[in-house]
Design a protein around this ligand. Structure first.
Ligand code: ADP
Ligand code: MG
Length: 580
């Protein structure tokens, strides 16, 4: 067969054009893509060889080998997988079949037209083989399909055409030679893909968990040793070449829980997520069902200082068959679990679908719902069985759950039912944290409402004049010292039929006879003093909405209260803070 030239399919051209003229900075993911293709090809051969052992041609040591050549400015990635014949090459490396790629193309163009700052776009999509053109001026593929004799050489500079010709290749599998562009080799380059250290760390970063060895040769120069193992000082240096495996191949999460030591989890957590503390909770689940997945999640020992700020990026790492897909998938877990770190590995997540489609995929939301349930179950169990542990958790992440309760109202999720029994509030009873249920269970006979007070801290609340009356009556009050507390109880509304009632509100209705009696007396007094109250109100003008006689005061002469219908003082303060 003579050398042939073929045009790429129209869409492929478009994609290539975008790759070649890529303005994106995340070039390095090409290596992940090529390695994962090599791994897929080995998977395929491995699978076919189960029924046809001859395909292996006696070569059973699967391997992906990297050969950087600093002088030739090339990086070669070779595998002994299935390989491709002519038809495979034309179908696979000339057209775009993957469903996600079209969506990717659109997104990519959009962002390029808009001079987008989203430079990580490519890294978030699996654009596959063509990403090689981000770093290479020319890509050469030499491949022979296992079980067939003829090998082929495919070559393209990414300008719309590729060439095909027959060639020789003793070993089955595929060798991809990247002739690197001028920015991607040399010691002066910031992205030198002929540098072994760079390649080594990229493999660690993106492909550590590939199940086949990813190898590279390292050459060392040493003086020889004598029979006793002593270095012969005056002998010339000898070169040794050693093939090293760069990936660890066995991901921790694929191992049996019972075989993993606590230190291994801890080390993995710290290494993988740049954490210093130990995790306070570990979830390691392997699930088979509608969707198969393995999840390894952690609750970090300490909340990051910016957990509630815009620059905090929540999210879970996604893997598919141990290949890294995405670093921070936000849509897996609800926002109130934004502090959870970890990863999900599922063969049902596609590497080649756009980030957007992936995040909306049925598989992902199924996994997410399962994980949410698992986490909530564990938190509930801790609350019941290990209160000390739970209170530690609460101190770090309680705010997140409280925000979840009311923000759920806006996003349409019903977080109230899920979270209301996990909330803790400080109680006037013993100065300890209690759940709403604990409060309700020990309410006094006849008490209908759940009383709470807002203030900047415990002391401020205990100094409230209104507190005195409740204290005298032995009525327990929940202290809301965090501005989000009141939003949360407002969202909950009532618990087992008992409404939340702020004692800082205008209308402190204590329900008992003594209170009613006093209230009646007060009303009479108010009538008698109508003129006085009116004068005071006029005098204070805009500063107040009303001046009333109160029976909620004992030793204090006056107190400021919020209007019963309007926002409470704490909410007003929170709004004011948010608007600044
Ligand atoms: P995907 O991996 O999602 O299929 P790619 O663009 O990464 O998309 O690769 C396109 C196709 O090219 C693959 O599906 C595969 O058939 C073929 N291919 C790529 N690399 C190799 C390889 N190293 N060995 C065999 N086939 C390959
Ligand atoms: Mg691929």
């Amino acid at each position: 067969m003579a050398k042939e030239t073929h045009e790429f399919q129209a869409e492929t051209k478009q994609l290539l054009d975008l790759m070649v003229h890529s303005i994106y900075t995340n070039h390095e993911i090409f290596l992940r893509e090529l390695i994962s293709n090599a791994s897929d090809a080995i998977d395929k051969l491995h699978y076919q060889s189960l029924t046809n052992g001859d395909l292996l041609e006696g070569d059973t040591a699967f391997e992906i080998h990297l050969t950087p050549d600093a002088d030739a400015h090339t990086l070669t990635i070779s595998d002994n997988g299935l390989g491709m014949n002519k038809q495979d090459l034309m179908e696979n490396l000339g057209t775009i079949a993957q469903s996600g790629t079209k969506a990717f193309l659109e997104k990519l163009k959009e962002s390029q037209d808009a001079d987008s700052t989203d430079k990580d776009l490519i890294g978030q999509f699996g654009v596959g083989f063509y990403s090689a053109f981000m770093v290479a001026d020319k890509v050469t593929v030499v491949t022979r399909k296992a079980g067939e004799e003829q090998a082929y050489k495919w070559e393209s500079t990414g300008d719309g055409e590729y060439s095909l010709e027959e060639c020789q290749k003793p070993k089955h599998g595929t060798t991809i030679i990247l002739s690197l562009g001028k920015d991607f080799y040399g010691d002066d380059s910031e992205e030198n893909y002929t540098d072994k250290m760079t390649l080594q760390s990229l493999v660690k970063k993106y492909s550590d968990y590939i199940r086949y060895p990813i190898t590279m040769d390292f050459t060392t120069k040493e003086k020889p040793k004598d029979a006793d193992g002593k270095v012969i000082e005056d002998a010339p240096e000898e070169e040794h070449t050693e093939t090293r495996t760069l990936n660890s191949m066995q991901p921790l999460w694929t191992r049996n829980k019972s075989d993993i030591k606590p230190e291994e989890y801890k080390e993995f957590f710290q290494h993988q997520f740049y954490e210093w503390e130990e995790p306070m909770e570990i979830f390691h689940n392997r699930v088979e069902g509608a969707v198969d997945y393995t999840a390894l999640l952690f609750i970090p020992g300490k909340a990051p200082f910016n957990l509630y700020y815009a620059d905090y990026e929540p999210g879970i790492q996604l893997y598919s068959r141990h290949v890294f897909i995405m670093d921070k998938c936000k849509d897996l877990l609800p926002d109130y679990l934004r502090f959870v770190k970890g990863l999900v590995d599922s063969p049902d997540l596609s590497l080649n679908i756009s980030r957007e489609l992936l995040q909306k995929s049925r598989e992902l939301s199924l996994i997410g719902r399962n994980l949410e349930k698992t986490i909530l179950k564990t938190l509930k169990r801790n609350l019941e069985k290990d209160r000390e542990k739970y209170e530690k958790f609460w101190a770090e992440y309680g705010k997140s759950l409280k925000i979840g309760v009311y923000s759920g109202m806006m996003t349409g999720e019903n977080n109230v039912e899920k979270l209301k029994d996990l909330l803790l509030f400080m109680s006037s009873k013993d100065g300890k944290l209690c759940t709403i249920k604990e409060y309700v269970d020990r309410m006094k006979d006849g008490q209908q409402k759940i009383y709470y007070a807002t203030g900047k801290d415990k002391e401020a609340i205990e100094g409230l004049p209104q507190m005195e009356m409740l204290r005298d009556r032995g009525i327990e009050v929940l202290y809301m010292t965090d501005p989000v507390d009141e939003f949360a109880v407002e969202a909950i509304g009532e618990y087992e039929g008992h409404r939340f009632h702020s004692i800082s509100r205008g209308d402190l209705d204590l329900e008992d006879d003594a209170f009613k009696e006093e209230k009646k007396k007060n009303e009479e007094l108010a009538k008698d003093n109508e003129g006085l109250l009116k004068d005071m109100k006029e005098f204070l003008g805009d500063k107040v909405a009303d001046v009333r006689l109160s029976n909620r005061l004992k030793s204090g002469a006056v107190c400021l209260v919020a209007d019963a219908a309007g926002p409470s003082l704490a909410m007003e303060q929170a709004f004011a803070a948010a608007n600044n």
